[in-house]
Design a protein around this ligand. Sequence first.
Ligand code: CMP
Length: 143
Amino acid sequence: MEKTFLMVKPDGVQRNLIGEIVNRFERKGFKLVGAKLMVISENLAKNHYAEHKERPFFGELVEFITSGPVFAMVWEGHDVIPTAREMMGKTNPLEAAPGTIRGDFGVTVGKNVIHGSDSSESAEREIALFFNESETTSYEKQD
Ligand code: CMP
């Protein structure tokens, strides 16, 4: 079964949006198979966002994502990677449709509430960066 990595960013945690966000994915029909509240180290942040290291906003991005607790999650379900991206909305909240997470709660492109893997390769990489195998479970046998 497909898995993705989703993370409520420091702005979302601070604004008490964890429950709202978890609720949306649960109601959609996906299964939460791993979760933890954590403060990301600078090393982990740089590794997670390595593909953006040449971008002018990289420093700001690392500073923001390490600025407070995040809620890191692994979700499982049919086509969960693209479906979660649709539910999150476009990266820039200005362009994100109402009804999407960023459309409903996001304000700026930096503080855009949630991160989600954009491909199966990213999902595999990001899950492995944030979670040990013993920290995730599976509901596959209960479907
Ligand atoms: P995310 O999906 O976590 O992946 C990379 C992040 O970079 C993205 O969400 C945005 O929050 C952030 N980002 C993209 N463009 C900018 C920008 N111009 N300034 C600051 N952050 C940005």
